[in-house]
Design a protein around this ligand. Structure first.
Ligand code: F0G
Length: 352
């Protein structure tokens, strides 16, 4: 048994790695594929959760960031910049500091989960709140890095990011021994669905697997440009991680859907919150609201017959629930503390 070496080492021969790269790693990847019996029962499928919240900074972004920051450092860049709804900024901040580089993040003011902000603060990033949404932040990040070329752009418009993120598809196939029938994931800026499709396609092309899954991309109903077919000007959803109206990897997402015989689907905030509580409450896996969109999507797809009984189904749950305690505790009634008294405990448990 050898310790997991991080994804650049683990998949070195399958990644576009630059000459002389010295990996900047926090030993990301190698996340568990957890069987989900309750989701299996609800969908009639054999369901698994790919738990990406167990990456070093608590989201799948670390897969892209180990590559992007390694690349930026190898190019001699001293600083990296990203736009973010929170997870990219947390990841960029951690990897940049690991690399001895400076990191600046552009975030939509007031719309990022508290845990993610705390991460960026602790890793020493320069945090710049922008009076606008994610799409505005990304445009600003692109303009800035094209004018100041000593700063590396580490959003998923950087192709090196996508390259790293495709390894999640490899890991799933390595565990299952074949690609699943269906792969569901939340879609915001659409880098991740593009990356998974690349990973599955490469494994199939090389004969490692015999098939590719149908891709189910799930967006929040208030931020569902891929479902409606047009950008959304003022995206709105409780799932702030995917509050995005103009996905940068639009074409990649459409290709994944079309080539796989897949589907885009919208989940309402209520459906997302129900799925969020379902997998935390039943499966024991606490994810952030955006991550639960994938589960909301498959529950709806089972309902209307798009899923077929017996299919193998993987849902990527993209980020850790601890990042957003505010949403978890929404609507919690205030409870009075009890006395130090077993009778009071029993009474609180309705056992008295
Ligand atoms: N789930 C989570 C938890 C995310 O943070 C994101 C994206 C997505 C899903 C969607 O992935 O953009 O590749 O389609 N978060 C970005 C960020 C936008 O800034 O952290 P995507």
């Amino acid at each position: 048994h050898r310790a997991w070496p991080g994804l650049i080492e683990a998949y070195r021969d399958r990644l576009a790695i630059g000459e002389g790269w010295d990996p900047v790693t926090l030993f990301e990847g190698g996340t568990p594929l957890v069987p989900a019996p309750h989701l299996s029962e609800a969908t009639g499928c054999q369901a698994y959760l790919k738990v990406e919240g167990l990456n070093p900074t608590g989201s799948f972004k670390d897969r892209g960031m180990t590559m992007a920051v390694t690349d930026a450092r190898a190019r001699g860049q001293r600083a990296v910049l990203c736009a973010s709804t929170g997870n990219t900024s947390a990841s960029a901040a951690a990897y940049a500091t690991r690399a001895g580089m400076t990191c600046a993040v552009l975030v939509p003011s007031g719309k990022i989960a508290m845990g993610k902000l705390a991460q960026a603060v602790m890793h020493g990033a320069k945090i710049i709140q922008v009076d606008g949404n994610f799409d505005d932040c990304l445009e600003l990040a692109r303009k800035t890095t094209s004018e100041y070329q000593s700063i590396g752009l580490v959003n998923s418009v950087n192709p090196v990011r996508i390259e790293g993120q495709k390894t999640a598809a490899f890991e799933i196939c390595d565990v299952l021994g074949e690609a699943p029938d269906i792969h569901a994931l939340p879609v915001g800026n659409a880098g991740n669905i593009t990356a998974y499709w690349r990973g599955y396609s490469e494994y199939q092309a090389d004969g490692v697997t015999g098939k590719r899954p149908r891709m189910l991309g799930v967006q929040a109903a208030g931020a569902a440009p891929l479902v409606s077919g047009a950008p959304v000007k003022n995206p709105e959803t409780i799932a702030t991680a995917i509050r995005i109206g103009a996905p940068a990897s639009w074409n990649g997402a459409v290709a994944a859907k079309e080539e796989s015989g897949g589907q885009f689907r919208a989940a309402t905030d209520d459906e997302i919150l129900a799925a969020y509580r379902f997998i935390a409450g039943r499966e024991g896996v606490f994810v952030e609201p955006a991550s639960a969109a994938s589960v909301a999507g498959v529950l709806a797809a089972a309902e209307d017959g798009w899923l077929k009984p017996g299919q193998t189904l993987v849902c990527t749950v993209t980020g850790n629930g601890l990042k957003d305690p505010d949403t978890a505790l929404l609507g919690m009634p205030e409870v009075k503390p009890i006395g130090v008294d077993p009778v009071a405990v029993a009474a609180a448990l309705d056992l008295a």
